[in-house]
Ligand binder design. Structure first.
Ligand code: SAM
Length: 237
């Protein structure tokens, strides 16, 4: 996956590739991350990247001339769809992340100030994507969320031991509880079944826990899921 990120704060975005799974993915060449700073595409001495809004009011708007030049340059080497991170976009879900992970390249545009000129959205943006119903100061954290959640789904990025298949949302359910040593913490014991060595029984217990956690914490997910007969029976037990 080729990520190109348009941002006024490239160091912030690059940090996502300096640690953990994404760093490993970059080293394995499963992903590449290139940042483009619209400030580098300005032509005035002050390298101005914002301007006052038509109609007045508080806040500034990202200047469109340098942004358009940046987009044009990015498109020379990245043929992916252009995603504008925006609180007005369609909300990011695991299903959307799975779809993004099928693509080979993506361009992520991070807004700042009051955002970008509406005409850039009309002319250049393929999709607006929000990471939730709240407002961030800039799109960088949202871009990093996208990069992280997509990268961990790419083939070969996660080892078997930290496979994404059983993560929350993968099957439309929340994940089951996890335990590691010691066997007892402040009188709370690891469930005996997990030490039984009976893999079928453990798998069944885990599925029941997933159903139970989803029923308790996110009944909205359960309502949307098409439960198999076996899952329905487990839930009713
Ligand atoms: N005036 C804009 C509005 O109310 O729709 C908000 C601008 S916000 C202060 C600056 C930038 O942060 C946006 O252009 C966008 O790129 C990013 N941003 C803010 N909240 C976001 C969210 N929930 N999801 C994705 N990006 C977000």
């Amino acid at each position: 996956m080729q990520f190109a990120v348009l941002t006024l704060f490239p160091e912030l975005v690059q940090a996502v590739a300096q640690h953990g799974i994404i760093r490993r993915a970059v080293e394995q060449q499963a992903v590449s991350l290139a940042c483009y700073n619209p400030r580098d595409y300005t032509t005035d001495v002050h390298r101005t990247v914002d301007d006052r809004p038509y109609g007045g009011g508080p806040g500034m708007v990202m200047k469109s001339d340098c942004l358009l030049r940046t987009i044009r340059d990015v498109r020379q080497s990245n043929l992916g769809r252009l995603i504008y991170l925006s609180p007005q976009g369609s909300p990011l879900t695991q299903a959307k992340v799975q779809n993004f992970a099928q693509e080979s390249a993506l361009i992520l545009l991070c807004g700042r100030y009051e955002g970008i000129d509406e005409r850039i959205i009309q002319l250049e943006v393929d999709e607006e994507c929000s990471i939730g119903d709240y407002v961030l100061s800039g799109g960088e954290l949202a871009a990093m969320v996208l990069i992280d959640s997509i990268t961990r789904l790419l083939p070969g990025v996660l080892g078997h031991e930290d496979s994404a298949e059983q993560d929350s949302f993968a099957e439309g359910l929340l994940d089951c509880p996890h335990y590691t040593r010691p066997e007892s913490i402040a009188g709370l014991e690891v469930p005996a079944i997990l030490k039984s060595g009976n893999h079928a029984a453990i798998a069944r217990w885990r599925k029941k826990q997933m159903l139970g956690a989803t029923w308790l914490k996110r009944p909205d997910l359960l309502a949307k899921k098409d439960l198999s007969a076996a899952e329905q029976a487990l839930l009713n037990e």
